[in-house]
Design a protein around this ligand. Structure first.
Ligand code: FAD
Length: 286
């Protein structure tokens, strides 16, 4: 049986990045992917590189900060090795939160003053009724938002995964696509390879990077679950009409440098159902 230094199960951004890193350290690496490399969550994502303490669980904050710091160099290396361009934007994010409201003497709700002027930062949004960004608000609700500027980057995940696959191939990393790993094989208490629906591969190291499916691979299943997200992609009337990522409580806008803008995303407990539901997309569009 052919043998590798390391086998990575799953060619999402996690598996690809790890495969490249292990290859740099001199290991012969095989990536086993049940479908096509880079076409699951890592392809569908928005690409916001979030590290703000308000939105990151405390135990993950250090990791999120370190990861966000390393991203420009990571992207630069992938571009160099793949020859492909990756859209990495550093314009920052406007984080909108529902303003605390207080009862005015007249009995109507008022918002505290916004610390930043959204109209100055994103003139295109000044005409927008921000209530539209509040899917929870009912007709006539007077929700106000405060805007906070975050020095955060955002990447186009499709560029990123395509470049990571090309860079990995360029480095001589092997791929076995359309090959479904059923279990990790263990000898003397140590991983020694994988069994797939087609064959077996041997390696001294096996890393399960199978994302939402990771828990399905034996012999030691651990709890993972998929969370479904649907989003809408529109073309802006002019490139850079919206420059910042805009994140409101129920919806976010992610501009891309080619003039597209993503409006996302739902967060649904729908198992592995990947169908796009027209009614949901319409709701995002309104
Ligand atoms: C709509 C949406 C928007 C998102 N937006 C953001 C965002 O803005 N910012 C952010 O940081 N994150 C975002 N995420 C989350 C992000 O996409 C994931 O955290 C990330 O892509 C996970 O990468 P991964 O490599 O672990 O998983 P995946 O990309 O899913 O890769 C796992 C791979 O393993 C393969 N695989 C599974 N089982 C097997 C098996 N048995 N044998 C062989 N191969 C197998 C799969 O086919 C897949 O290719 C978003 C997710 C969604 C759905």
């Amino acid at each position: 049986m052919k043998s590798w230094g390391a086998i990575i199960v799953g060619a999402g951004i996690i598996g690809l990045a790890l495969a490249i890193e292990l290859n740099k350290q001199g290991l012969r690496v095989l990536v086993v992917e049940k479908g096509e490399p880079g076409r699951e969550a890592s392809w569908a994502a928005g690409g916001m590189l979030v590290d703000s303490p308000a939105e990151t669980r405390r135990e993950l904050q250090e990791l999120a900060k370190a990861s966000a710091r390393m991203y420009p160099e990571f992207v630069h290396e992938l571009q160099d090795e793949s020859g492909l361009k990756i859209d990495l934007r550093s314009q920052g994010t406007l984080l909108l939160s529902r303003a605390e409201t207080r009862q005015s003497p007249g009995g109507t709700q008022q918002a505290h003053d916004s610390p930043l002027s959204l109209a100055e930062l994103e003139p295109a949004l000044q005409e927008l009724d921000l209530q539209e960004l509040d899917l929870q608000a009912g007709q006539g609700d007077a929700t106000r938002f405060t805007a906070q500027f975050l020095q955060e980057r955002c990447v186009d995940p499709r560029d990123l995964t395509a470049a990571a696959v090309a860079a990995a191939r360029h480095r001589g990393i092997d791929f076995s696509s359309g090959d479904h790993v059923l279990d990790v094989e263990v000898a003397d208490g140590k991983a020694c390879g994988v069994r797939t629906n087609k064959t077996r591969f041997a390696a001294g190291v096996v890393v399960n990077c199978a994302g939402a499916w990771a828990g399905q691979i034996g012999p030691h299943p651990f709890p993972t679950r998929p969370v479904k997200g649907q989003m809408l992609c529109v073309v802006m009337p002019e490139k850079e009409m919206v420059r910042h990522v805009v994140r409101a409580p129920e919806v976010y806008l992610i501009p891309r440098s080619d003039g597209r803008m993503l409006i996302g995303a739902t967060s649904e407990e729908a198992g592995f159902d990947k169908r796009v539901v027209p009614e949901t997309i319409l709701k995002l569009r309104q």
